[in-house]
Write a protein that binds this ligand. Structure first.
Ligand code: ZN
Length: 134
């Protein structure tokens, strides 16, 4: 099983938290909220496990670790309309394809306003720390 991707994502988060904590000379986080875009194809369980292990190996204590999902937001480059991917009536196949390979959005999804396929993904692809309580 290939879980390199999840570990790389977790590593980026732990690195960010680590330098933040180092500046404040502490190794303790009361609660951490990590947000992952629904278009970021990563196994949530593996990701949570990787985060927990990496924090442990860095000697960082995390009280509560929360992993939330962020809705995908799309914007039409032709008419500037912005809408949520979840608002579209997509078949399950397409929905699944889009989650694994966000680039296919450009093949399957049209702007609900002007039918353009010139779209950009505004949110829903990344992973970031939404909040951290020390
Ligand atoms: Zn449009």
């Amino acid at each position: 099983m290939d879980s390199m991707h999840e570990w790389a994502l977790a590593e980026a988060i732990v690195e960010t938290a680590y330098s933040f904590l180092s500046e404040r000379k502490t190794r303790k986080i009361i609660s951490l909220n990590v947000v992952i875009g629904i278009l970021q194809s990563a196994d949530r369980e593996v990701l949570k496990f990787a985060l927990t292990e990496l924090f442990k190996s860095r000697g960082i204590e995390v009280g509560e670790l929360r992993l939330d999902e962020e809705e995908a937001l799309l914007r039409c480059r032709s008419c500037s309309k912005t809408w949520r991917l979840g608002d579209l009536d997509l078949s399950d196949d397409v929905r699944e394809a889009v989650h694994f390979i966000p680039e296919v959005i450009h093949a399957y999804v049209k702007c609900p306003n002007c039918n353009s396929q010139d779209l950009e993904i505004v949110s829903g692809r990344g992973i970031y720390i939404a909040s951290m309580e020390l």
